[in-house]
Design a protein around this ligand. Structure first.
Ligand code: T3D
Length: 256
């Protein structure tokens, strides 16, 4: 985490795995989010990624052993880490900008959309990659995506899993801004500084209102997502999806 006055910048820093969520990254991220949430001296927060990705979702290599044997306890991972992380972002009384420097996939997309304002580099893209490994959207994605783009586009993203480029994402209303790569660092930094120097109580009030309207049943929905994912995690298609990812080959799903 980097501090510049009232602005805090959090960098996901596992570039060799495209900043995938390992348990270690989750623990560090939750700790730093709680720290900035509780610190009145921090008035705006940015989350971005190191290297060429924002975040590629769950670390499929870390969990591969259990996943291939149908023993991965996704419910535990979601409730211990992902839910507190997205909930802390949504509830902290200050704006959170997610600065999406590169691909945001699976739970990485959930993390990006948990922010209040989402800015992306033009080369970045967004994919609900879950179906590609036989899973369902989690980490709030099945709430955040339709609340931003509606049912048709949410179903398309969930079921087809194709990458939505940043410019199209901005056009759809999935995100706020798509900026040229060469300007991305400067413009996202300017946005963070503007928010850090702004009317914090007003921002917090806007956030409470939007949460109240759109996300007042978020905890119940996260629980529903986690229960659904628990069922999928024991499926043959999930094991096949992970195996295909690890071996860099197309998956051969059987619908089981
Ligand atoms: O409890 C639970 O764990 C379940 C919860 C699940 C929540 C989820 O997020 S499920 C969705 C998980 N994420 C994915 O399925 C996305 C997997 N990644 C990709 O599809 C691709 O990597 C990307 C489309 C994001 C980017 O593609 P590309 O071609 O630019 O990069 P690459 O070559 O695929 O990846 C670069 C490296 O990062 C590569 O490692 P290597 O071969 O150079 O050693 C790749 O294996 C690694 N990497 C990418 N994503 C992940 C990852 N390693 C671990 N986990 C990843 N998710």
């Amino acid at each position: 985490m980097y501090r510049d006055g009232a602005a805090a910048k959090i960098v996901l820093n596992r570039p060799a795995r495209m900043n995938a969520w390992s348990n270690g990254l989750s623990a560090d991220l939750l700790a730093v989010l709680c720290e900035v949430a509780d610190d009145d001296g921090v008035r705006a927060v940015m989350i971005t990624g190191a290297g060429r990705a924002f975040c590629a979702g769950a670390d499929l290599k870390e969990s591969a052993g259990d996943a291939l044997e149908g023993k991965l306890d996704t419910y535990q991972v979601l409730t211990q880490w992902y839910h507190p992380i997205v909930t802390t972002i949504r509830q902290m009384p200050k704006p959170v900008v997610t600065a999406v420097n590169g691909p945001a996939a699976g739970a990485g997309l959930s993390l990006a959309l948990a922010g209040d304002l989402v800015a992306a580099a033009e080369s970045a893209y967004f994919t609900l990659a879950f179906a590609g490994i036989g899973l369902v959207p989690d980490g709030g994605a099945s709430l955040f995506v339709p609340s931003r783009v509606g049912f048709a586009r949410a179903a398309e993203m969930a079921m087809l899993g194709e990458a939505v480029p940043a410019a199209k994402a901005a056009d759809w209303g999935l995100i706020n801004f798509a900026w040229p790569d060469a300007e991305f660092a400067e413009r996202s930094g300017q946005l963070l500084r503007r928010l850090a120097d702004g009317p914090t109580l007003s921002y917090a009030g806007s956030k409470r209102e939007l949460n109240h309207w759109l996300y007042h049943r978020m905890q119940e929905h996260l629980e529903f997502e986690a229960s659904t994912q628990r069922d999928l995690a024991t499926s043959a298609d999930f094991a096949e999806g992970v195996s295909a990812f690890l071996h860099k080959r197309p998956a051969r799903f059987t619908g089981k």
